[in-house]
Write a protein that binds this ligand. Structure first.
Ligand code: PLP
Length: 289
């Protein structure tokens, strides 16, 4: 069962008009929330980011925070599996094709929940490969836009190289990866770019930062140069579906000794413990690191 514009219905029956601005222009925003044992992870933070994306794109928010929460949990509870990835998107709505905003249109809201796909155990234990590319996306990567052609083209480079991610550099500085944020470790210090309009403010990035700070792991959020990434002892990527994943080769060159590093091991353990804590607290309870 999926949700479309106020109704729960089978996916085969969900239909959107071809003039939807999401279809014509990619004019919409989205979220993906991981759900563990039917508890949505960091739901308030995802909803806050959705509100922010809607505000920046000037798309009307059709629901209150409480209404969003209720729809999400009705969808989650209707699925026959425990761990889920809830995808939801809001487009500007259906209108005659014209770049300028239409007047008096209702946004289109679509939501579906699929079984959560996390990296295979082997990738976590042995690490994954990444390639690099120039970040040639637009300059508002902080908005979680459904216009993902830039990200898709960049991700395809790593897919074709048999790698898990494409790590991106702009003007010699690390930004993020095609569908995740990036952390590097050098001499025991965790480094990652500070939030800006050039990266998505990842919900998982925030959890990693909070866990590092709460557990006294040295962390600096600042400009990270391409040279620092290439000389890093460890590289990790983070996202709602990848959680924290070690990258052990970049452009076919081993990262550090070519195995997941000790700080990754520590962060992975902290992240799993934090997930357990969230699951024990149950629905609707905020848990901090
Ligand atoms: C470009 C990009 N950066 C970062 C992330 C990680 O964000 P989050 O941790 O909220 O999933 C994503 C997630 O899809 C992404 O697409």
């Amino acid at each position: 069962m999926v949700f479309l514009n106020g109704k729960f219905l089978p996916i085969e029956e969900a239909r959107v008009p071809v003039l939807d601005r999401g279809f014509i222009f990619g004019d919409g925003v989205y979220e993906l929330v991981p759900v563990y044992s039917r508890v949505a992870f960091r739901l308030e933070e995802h909803l806050a980011r959705l509100e922010r994306s809607l505000a920046h794109t000037r798309i009307a928010n059709p629901y209150s925070r409480g209404e969003w929460r209720d729809i999400i949990y009705r969808l989650v509870d209707a699925q026959p599996f425990e761990d889920q990835g809830v995808y939801f998107q809001v487009t500007r709505g259906v209108a005659r094709r014209d770049h300028a905003f239409p007047k008096d249109v209702e946004p289109t809201v679509f939501m579906m929940s699929n079984p959560l796909v996390t990296p295979p155990k082997e990738a976590v234990q042995k690490g994954a490969a990444a390639v690099s590319a120039q970040d040639n996306r637009w300059l508002r990567c902080d908005i979680k836009s459904i216009s993902l052609i830039g990200n898709c083209l960049l991700r395809q480079l790593s897919a074709e190289a048999g790698a898990a991610e494409t790590i991106l550099f702009r003007d010699g500085k690390l930004t993020e990866a095609s569908a995740s944020n990036v952390f590097v470790v050098k001499r025991g210090v965790i480094l990652s770019p500070a939030k800006s309009e050039l990266i998505l403010p990842g919900i998982t990035y925030d959890v990693v930062v909070e866990l590092a700070r709460a557990n006294g792991l040295p962390l600096e959020l600042r400009e990270v140069t391409e040279a620092e990434v290439r000389a890093a002892d460890e590289i990790w990527v983070s996202s709602s579906s990848k959680e924290v994943l070690p990258i052990v080769s970049l452009d076919a060159v081993p990262v550090g000794d070519g195995r997941p590093g000790p700080l990754f091991g520590r962060m992975y353990q902290l992240y799993q413990e934090f997930k357990q804590k969230v699951m024990r607290a149950g629905k609707r309870e905020a848990v901090s690191a």
